[in-house]
Design a protein. Structure first.
Length: 116
């Protein structure tokens, strides 16, 4: 069974930065060939797409984070990252790592709070 474990969340002031990590417990060959993504869910709202990174290196971002967030991966460590800069209060949410199909698995989430 695939496990995804996020870390790096916390409390940050507006304009600050955080880097989220997601460690994936699969073989390196499987991880490197699997698309990975980040989603988030704010209180009282539906879970929404944030970013996607395909195995060929292509990326996709939600308009709300484009230019501020960067998704990347370290295939040697089976880890995907989300670098978040210029954070805004509206970025406050639980952030979830997602391994697209064929893995099709979610992490447990990590809280990000942007507040002064």
């Amino acid at each position: 069974q695939v496990q995804l474990v996020e870390s790096g969340g916390g409390l940050v002031q507006p304009g600050g930065s955080l880097r989220l990590s997601c460690a994936v417990s699969v073989s390196g060959r499987i991880f490197s060939s699997n698309a990975m993504g980040w989603f988030r869910q704010a209180p009282g709202k539906q879970r929404e797409f944030v970013a996607r990174l395909n195995s060929n290196g292509s990326t996709l971002y939600a308009d709300s984070v484009k230019g501020r967030f960067t998704i990347s991966r370290d295939n040697a460590k089976n880890t995907v990252f989300l670098q978040m800069n210029s954070l805004k209060p509206e970025d406050t949410a639980v952030y979830y790592c997602y391994a697209y199909r064929p893995l099709g698995s979610w992490g447990q989430g990590t809280q990000v709070t942007v507040s002064s």
